[in-house]
Design a protein around this ligand. Structure first.
Ligand SMILES: N[C@@H](CCC(=O)N[C@@H](CS)C(=O)NCC(=O)O)C(=O)O
Length: 210
C-alpha cells in the first residue's frame, strides 16, 4: 500500500467512493483501496473518524493528509494531477455549480431510490414517490443540457462529468428508465468510452478487494 501515492478508503457499491476511484483510474494515478465495512460500523470507529470526521466513505489519503467528501476529493485531485479541471475561471465556476447541484438535486433522488430498492432504507409509497420525483427532475435537467452539449462543461470531460456519472450510472438500478432520455444516454455511453474507464468492480485494485 505504501508504494502507491493515494489510498482510497471506501466501500464497493458506494457511489461517492466510485466517483473517486473513477477519477484516479481515468487519470492513470495508481491507488491502494482500503475497504471500510459500514455494516460493522467501521466508519464510526475512532481510528476512521480521525481520518474523516463525518464518519462516511470515501476518504482519500495523500502525502500525509486525509481528504473527505467526494466532490472535494475530485477538486483536490484535479488540482494536484492537473487533469479533468476547468480551463478558465468560468469553467471552474460551472464545474463547481454542477458539483453542488448534484448532491442537492440529483444524488438524493437516485441514491435514495436505489437504497430503498436494495432494502438498505425503509420507504413507504410517499417517500418512494418523493425520491422518484427528485430523481426524474434531476435527470430532466441533464437531458436538457446534453441535448445541446457534449460534456457538462467545455468541450472535454471534467470532474463535473465524473461526479455526475457516479450517480447516473446507478439510475437504472434505482428504477429510472434512461431510454426515455436519449441525450443523457448518449453522454453516458461517451463517458464509458473514455480510456481506462471501468466499473467499480473492475477498477478497485484486485489485491485489496474485500
Ligand atoms: N457527501 C458525501 C456522501 C458520502 C456518503 O453518503 N457515504 C455513505 C456511503 S455511500 C456513507 O458513508 N454512509 C454512512 C453514514 O453516512 O453514516 C460524499 O460525497 O463523500
Amino acid at each position: 500500500m505504501a508504494d502507491k501515492p493515494f489510498t482510497l478508503y471506501g466501500m464497493l457499491g458506494s457511489g461517492p467512493t466510485y466517483k473517486v476511484a473513477l477519477m484516479l483510474t481515468l487519470a492513470d494515478a495508481p491507488f491502494a483501496f482500503e475497504a471500510i465495512n459500514l455494516r460493522e460500523g467501521a466508519h464510526k470507529q475512532p481510528d476512521y473518524l480521525a481520518k474523516n470526521r463525518f464518519g462516511q466513505v470515501p476518504c482519500l489519503s495523500h502525502e500525509g493528509r486525509f481528504v473527505a467528501q467526494s466532490a472535494t476529493i475530485l477538486e483536490y485531485l484535479a488540482d494536484r494531477l492537473g487533469v479533468f479541471a476547468g480551463r478558465s475561471v468560468e469553467e471552474e465556476l460551472r464545474i463547481r455549480e454542477w458539483l453542488f447541484w448534484d448532491f442537492d438535486r440529483l444524488a438524493p433522488g437516485i441514491y435514495r431510490s436505489r437504497a430503498i430498492k436494495r432494502g438498505f432504507l425503509a420507504g413507504d409509497d410517499s417517500l418512494i414517490d418523493y425520491f422518484k420525483g427528485v430523481g426524474e427532475a434531476g435527470l430532466g435537467v441533464l437531458e436538457a443540457h446534453f441535448a445541446a452539449h457534449e460534456w457538462l462543461v467545455g468541450r472535454s470531460p471534467t470532474i463535473a462529468d465524473i461526479d455526475v456519472y457516479g450517480v447516473v450510472c446507478f439510475a437504472e438500478e434505482a428504477g429510472f428508465d434512461l431510454s426515455e432520455r436519449p441525450a443523457l444516454k448518449a453522454w453516458k455511453e461517451r463517458f464509458e468510452a473514455l480510456p481506462r474507464f471501468g466499473t467499480m468492480a473492475e477498477i478497485v485494485p484486485a489485491e485489496s478487494r474485500p
